[in-house]
Design a protein around this ligand. Structure first.
Ligand code: PGA
Ligand code: ZN
Length: 423
């Protein structure tokens, strides 16, 4: 049973405060979880409670969320069975009482939810992926590694937020990491040689002053090939335009590129990029408010490209079900803090997979050294993870944890794409 719950503010990777929770069980088992934070958030995300006091942390303090954990939430959770994660999470949702977790804060609730799961795993003397995923948990995800940053994650003129590489042809997760690292360093050399900055953005990818998606894709393609790999067969391209960020009054307003695209033109543009490059997945190609555009693009390219909904679904099972019913995309990004409890996030994964959709476990642009999502990717066997670049410890911590898990699983480990093709 839960004996003690406490919380504190710690720093995230952008130097902003975030909630960290400790849960201690009666047998002394400690679970600790730090909550991530987004910059290009979806409108329907669960509410991240910030103090809003401009004299402290520029308004971004989390003292109220921390106080909620130490007060009301600790009172409600103390004495509860830590093995009953679903019961605990339902109690947290009920205690908050709002549909968006606005009263206590999704950051307060998620910290307690994850820390409890981690404490229970310790108590059972199991790694988290095994405790949550059982004996079947042996699939390592294909990483989508974000090597060029733009949009809300960097100060360059690039409109699209993320350009990623997915080592689909790797034999193992460790090999995928090596391939990613080699491409990352090759890209660095290429950018430098072309006179570009090699400073990195929030997720650890380079943030050169490029203006168009084609320029970024060409650099990435060249780096893949110069590093000795085949673009497509060995390493696929992935993009997250995060297009809700530049969709205004019914048009996609590209600032860096200096053009506007109507939803029909946006569909056309993306379809052409997907045909011209070995792009295996695009996240948020259309804005969260442009469901017609989403449906049009899905009908046009959904058979040959993964279309992953982030802002449009916000890890919300009801929104994903609606998307499945109405042909909005064919995959969902899973960010635990978009919904606020572990049980709800796992419910969204299951609903997606029952419909034949892919679920992609994901970090936020504001992260910490917490590696819970690495374990969640293996626990769910979802087959894909998006957790940033090959630099910055907040990103590499997740890759390092996945390599440890792969080592621990030994011969029983299966690398994501192999599992997908074997099914
Ligand atoms: P975030 O964005 O800044 O909201 O975490 C990441 C993403 O769009 O996938
Ligand atoms: Zn996104």
């Amino acid at each position: 049973a839960v004996r003690r719950v406490t919380a504190r503010a710690v720093l995230d990777s952008r130097g902003n405060p975030t909630v960290e929770v400790d849960v201690v069980l009666a047998d002394g088992s400690l679970g600790r979880a730090a909550v991530p934070s987004g910059a290009s958030t979806g409108a329907r995300e669960a509410v991240e409670l910030r103090d809003g006091d401009p004299r402290r942390w520029h308004g971004r303090g989390v003292d109220r969320a921390v106080a909620h954990v130490k007060g009301e939430i600790a009172d409600a959770v103390t004495g509860r069975d830590a093995d009953d994660q679903a019961g605990l999470d339902a109690a947290l949702v009920a205690l908050d009482g709002t549909p968006t977790k606005a009263r206590l804060g999704a950051n307060a609730l998620l910290g307690v939810s994850l820390a409890t799961a981690k404490a229970a795993a310790v108590s059972h003397r199991q790694p988290l992926y095994r405790y949550l995923g059982g004996a079947d948990a042996r699939v390592l995800p294909v990483p989508m590694m974000n090597i060029v940053n733009g949009g809300a994650h960097a100060d360059n003129p690039l409109d699209f937020q993320e350009f990623m590489i997915a080592p689909v042809g790797a034999e193992s997760f460790a090999e995928a990491v090596r391939m990613g690292s080699e491409v990352f360093h090759t890209l660095r050399r290429d950018l430098l040689a072309a006179g570009h900055s090699t400073g990195v953005g929030d997720e650890g990818g380079f943030a050169p002053a490029l203006r168009t998606a084609e320029e970024a894709l060409d650099f990435v393609m060249a780096a893949i090939e110069r590093a000795g790999y085949r673009a497509g067969a060995d390493i696929g391209l992935v993009m997250d335009p995060a297009s809700s960020e530049f969709y205004r009054a019914g048009v996609y307003a590209y600032v860096g590129e200096g053009v506007q695209r109507t939803p029909a033109e946006q569909v056309d543009y993306l379809a052409k990029l997907i045909d011209a490059y070995p792009i295996v997945s695009v996240e948020d190609p259309m804005a969260e408010d442009d469901l017609d555009g989403w449906r049009e693009l899905t009908a046009r390219v959904g058979d040959r490209c993964q279309l992953t909904g982030d802002d449009v679904f916000c890890t919300n099972e009801a929104l994903v079900r609606e998307g499945i019913r109405t042909g909005v995309g064919n995959a969902v990004l899973i960010k635990v803090n978009q919904i606020g409890t572990l049980t709800e996030a796992l419910g969204t994964v299951n609903a997606a997979r029952r419909a034949g959709w892919v679920a992609v476990m994901s970090h936020r642009s504001g992260e910490t050294e917490d590696t819970t999502i690495a374990d969640l990717a293996v626990a769910t066997g979802c087959g894909q993870i998006k957790t940033g670049s090959l630099s910055r410890s907040d990103r590499t911590a997740k890759y390092n944890q996945l390599m440890r898990i792969e080592e621990e699983l030994g011969a029983s480990a299966v690398y994501g794409c192999a599992a997908a093709s074997a099914e």
